[in-house]
Write a protein that binds this ligand. Sequence first.
Ligand code: FES
Length: 161
Amino acid sequence: MSTTTTAMNTVKARRLVVEMPEYHPPLAERTALRLDFNENTFGPSPRVMERLQKVTAEGLTKYPEREGVERIVAQHFGLAPAQVLLTNGVDEAIHLMCCAFLEADDEALICTCFCVSERTIEREIQDNNLRTIAEVTRACNAGGGCRSCYPLIEEMLASKS
Ligand code: FES
C-alpha cells in the first residue's frame, strides 16, 4: 500500500458527507433534454461547429489564455480589460472572490434574502434549541424567501444534533 493510499484512508470526510445518500442522475432511457444539466435546446451555432473543426490535438493540450477573450468581452461591454475576469464556472469566481476579499474572522451571510448571517442562525439554533428550518425562519427570517439557503440551514441544524 502506498503512502498516499494510507494517508487517504486516515482522512475522514465530514459526517454529513459520509451519511449523504449516493446521487445517481436519472439518465437512463431519457427521451428529452435535461435543462437542469445545462443541455442546450439549440446546439452550438454553426460558427462554433466550424471553429471546432479547426481545433488540433496540440491545441487541446494547452490551457487557453484568458486575456485575449477578456479584452474582447471588455470591449463589447465598454469596460476596461482589468474589469473582466473569466472563470471556469461560478464556483471558481466565488472561490477567487472569497480568497481576495474575506478575512479569517469575517462571517458568512447564509440567507441573502433577509441578510441573516451564519453567526445569527447558529445563535438562534443554540439559544432556542431549534430543530427545523421552519423554527429558524420564525426566529430570524432566514429561509423565509427564495429558500436557496435551505441546504446551508439544514447543514447547520444537522451539525448541532
Ligand atoms: S436566501 Fe434565504 S430565503 Fe432566500
